[in-house]
Design a protein around this ligand. Structure first.
Ligand code: HEC
Ligand code: HEC
Length: 228
């Protein structure tokens, strides 16, 4: 427990050293939620040059095809962004851009981003309210849910991701994330293919048997606060 807490604090420090921290203006704007990012730019005097598209518009043009206009798309393997903290989003865009998190689609998208783009897109993602998973075809298997809950408690997933798995700061929301994405990304953390922005996840998963990762993914994908 102490080790986890220390590792977690270290990761916060590390993130704030490398990236615009939660105290910087853009994060506070995102937090205060004062309107959409479309409204963030101060009104400019009318000029002959057309205004650059806002990040909300650029998201709609570039990202929505895969991630959905509301941040929850329907494509296999593409994570929902709705409800993700902006600080988590920027750490991941940074990792994709630097080639430390590998994915053909996202690396292509991120590699042309400037620091301002990473901030702008992340700030916009931070404004997307969580979108629940589509209704289930079959009710969750009670025994598997109970086992998932037990694992999430035993391995302290709730310690960082929160009792309701909604995350915060650089910790992602995992509640109702797509199951196949959760399963794959947990395997990738465990195997080292996804190194993470910090060591938090590889350390958290070290004691977790690989065979239990699918149960954790099953549980988190179906998690509702009422069912906890
Ligand atoms: C061609 C499809 C595609 C497009 C277009 C796309 N993404 Fe992604 N995105 C993905 C996939 C697939 C992943 C998961 C990659 C993985 O498994 O490592 C992802 C992951 C992410 C993540 C990390 C989410 C998490 O939970 O870790 C962020 C943030 C993100 N994308 C932002 C964006 C933004 C911003 C844009 C537009 C500028 C964008 N994406 C455009 C497919 C896409
Ligand atoms: C010490 C804090 C900590 C603990 C404990 C922890 N996590 Fe995480 N988790 C994180 C952080 C921080 C990230 C962001 C990954 C990075 O560093 O890039 C993350 C990322 C994830 C992701 C990726 C989500 C996405 O959208 O890509 C999943 C899934 C996840 N954690 C599930 C779990 C599960 C399941 C457990 C318990 C076995 C757990 N976590 C325990 C801190 C933690």
């Amino acid at each position: 427990m102490k080790g986890l807490r220390l590792a977690f604090t270290a990761s916060v420090l590390c993130a704030s050293a490398l990236l615009p921290g939660p105290g910087t203006a853009w994060a506070q704007q995102a937090k205060s939620g004062s309107g959409s990012s479309a409204a963030k730019a101060p009104a400019k005097p009318a000029a002959s040059t057309p205004a650059a598209p806002s990040y909300a518009q650029r998201y709609a043009q570039v990202c929505a095809a895969c991630h959905g206009a509301n941040g929850r798309g329907e494509m296999q393997g593409v994570p929902a962004l709705a409800g993700q903290p902006s600080f988590y989003a920027i750490t991941q865009l940074f990792l994709f851009r630097e080639g430390r998190r590998a994915n053909e689609a996202m690396t292509a998208v991120a590699k042309t981003m400037t620091d301002d783009d990473m901030r702008g897109f992340s700030e916009f993602i931070g404004t997307l309210a969580p979108v629940p998973a589509p209704p289930l075809a079959t009710p969750p298997d009670a025994a598997r849910m109970a086992r998932g809950k037990q694992l999430a408690t035993e391995y302290k997933c709730v310690f960082c991701h929160g009792d309701d798995f909604s995350g915060g700061q650089q910790v992602p929301r995992v509640a109702q994330q797509r199951e196949e994405y959760l399963a794959t990304t947990l395997q990738e953390f465990k195997s080292g293919k996804r190194p993470g922005y910090s060591m938090a996840m590889s350390e958290a998963l070290r004691p977790v048997p690989a065979a239990d990762l699918d149960t954790l993914a099953y549980y988190l994908a179906r998690f509702t606060p009422a069912a906890k």
